[in-house]
Design a protein. Structure first.
Length: 339
């Protein structure tokens, strides 16, 4: 059974060979690798050409830069496999990663299988693991039980499943039958979640496994950790769009609370970035940016309608500081990593 691997590539010459070599070394042999060079300005495109010329199962597509989501969509135009998986070009796989996902998916007769992952640094040292339980979500349970957990944890416990599409294997039939595609992360900051919401509406089932064959490279310059001037506005827009989408699909109050809890994480990221760039902007500007977040109507409404009494102490403290508009405390506590 042919499995397609879509690898979006953009300015990753330092890591790309390790990523591609990990695909060559997979124990599952029926693979095609679609490398989508998204307008790289370094030697990444030439490295893709090299692998394409050397290995028949590797194909490269060069395109103008349009972002991760659009690169994956370009990959969809070229794949031939019955299944597809995604690998970011600065990450790499354990040799049995794809075989394990495939065997579990086939044995459980579902459309999607999601494994755990390891966070690694450049030296190869593992800094953390994310391991899931072996769980099966048959039929409607995929969209009614698994998907809400991909949106975020419930208000009473930590039971989330990462929304990322990497580290998972998908049957391509729902993708092509329903013309599913990724939005641009330049419009919606979590394109993976949008894709998974759409995919789960048509999946015949899904599963999680207690294996972690995906190595996610911790990169301090990544999209999630670099300063983004419009991060809060982009996060709020994403929350509002996902709220409308999920309500239109008929999801319940529990799912809505999970989305709100995810929004709190994005708010924390928006505040956190204001304490790490003092050399780049005046202190007053940092405080002003945090103040705007605290006074935002959507933020006030979400906090006001969330059962915060179920949260842990640090989470309750964080939301209380926002609710009370205690801007300086938010700055200091975030800087000191108290919240």
């Amino acid at each position: 059974m042919l499995i397609s691997v879509i690898v979006p590539v953009y300015n990753v010459e330092r890591y790309l060979r390790q990523c591609l070599d990990s695909l060559i070394n997979q124990t599952y042999n029926e693979l095609e690798v679609i490398m989508v060079d998204d307008g790289s300005k370094d030697s990444s495109g030439k490295i893709c050409d090299e692998y394409s010329e050397k290995y028949d199962s590797f194909k490269v597509v060069h395109k103008e830069n349009a972002g991760l989501g659009m690169a994956r969509n370009t990959g969809f135009e070229h794949i031939k496999g019955e299944y597809v998986t995604f690998v970011d070009s600065d990450d790499y796989l354990e040799p049995d990663c794809i075989a394990t996902l495939y065997n579990e998916l086939r044995n459980k007769d579902v459309d999607m299988c999601k494994g755990g992952f390891k966070r690694v640094i450049d030296s190869g040292k593992i800094v953390s693991n994310r391991i899931y339980d072996n769980e099966l979500f048959q039929g409607e349970k995929a969209k009614k039980e698994m998907l809400p957990r991909m949106i975020g944890s419930s208000s009473t416990k930590h039971d989330s499943i990462e929304m990322c599409v990497w580290g998972a294997l998908y049957n391509t039939k729902p993708i092509f039958e329903h013309n599913l595609r990724f939005p641009s992360e330049r419009e919606l900051i979590s394109e993976d979640l949008v894709f998974n919401i759409d995919y789960m509406q048509y999946a015949n089932g899904a599963c999680t496994i207690d294996k972690a064959g995906y190595n996610y490279r911790v990169n301090l310059g990544s999209l999630s950790t670099s300063y983004r001037k419009d991060r809060f506005e982009a996060s709020k827009y994403f929350y509002l769009e996902m709220h409308k989408k999920l309500m239109d699909l008929g999801y319940d109050n529990d799912t809505e609370l999970r989305l709100k809890r995810m929004f709190f994480i994005y708010i924390k990221m928006s505040i956190k970035q204001e304490n790490g760039h003092l050399k780049d902007m005046p202190f007053k500007t940092n405080l002003s940016n945090i103040g705007k977040i605290c006074r935002d109507e959507t933020v006030c409404d979400v906090i006001g309608h969330y059962p915060t009494n179920f949260l842990g102490f640090k989470q309750r403290l964080f939301l209380t500081l926002i609710d009370k508009k205690m801007v300086l405390c938010l700055f200091l506590f975030s800087f000191l990593k108290i919240i």
